[in-house]
Design a protein around this ligand. Structure first.
Ligand code: AMP
Ligand code: ZN
Length: 111
């Protein structure tokens, strides 16, 4: 999708620290990390958010498997996955992304 920063990362037009890639999924380092491990896991195809992708069960399943594969590759046992969905809760990039966070204690509920 034109003017989408994460589509541009998927295509390679914008550089990123890529840590995992399969046919449908890409993971790269967040440039403003909030934990010792802070990766963004995105479907290569453009979806706006988790509600959008959930209309496609096949892509949704592949995406979840991709997130699991990233966690396994990075040997993460305890981790948090966050899908900000909507500007009011902090979504700033409207290409679906999972924040995969690990490496420090995390409070609950989130602030
Ligand atoms: P959200 O606020 O949930 O939409 O998260 C967007 C995330 O993307 C933020 O944590 C940003 O730090 C991160 N981000 C924005 N631009 C880039 C980029 N070019 N490379 C890596 N991470 C980015
Ligand atoms: Zn996109």
């Amino acid at each position: 999708m034109a003017d989408c920063i994460f589509c541009s990362i998927v295509s390679g037009d914008i550089p990123a620290t890529r840590v995992y890639e399969d046919e449908r999924t890409l993971a790269f380092a967040d440039t403003n990390p909030q934990a010792p491990t802070h990766l963004l896991v995105v479907p290569k195809e453009h979806f706006t958010d988790i509600a959008d992708v959930s209309r496609d069960p096949e892509v949704s399943a592949a995406y979840l498997a991709g997130i699991r594969a990233v966690a396994e590759q990075e040997r993460l046992h305890d981790f948090r996955v966050v899908f900000n969905t909507g500007a009011d809760v902090g979504q700033t990039v409207f290409h679906l992304h999972a924040h995969l966070l690990a490496g420090r204690p995390m409070g609950w509920p989130p602030g």
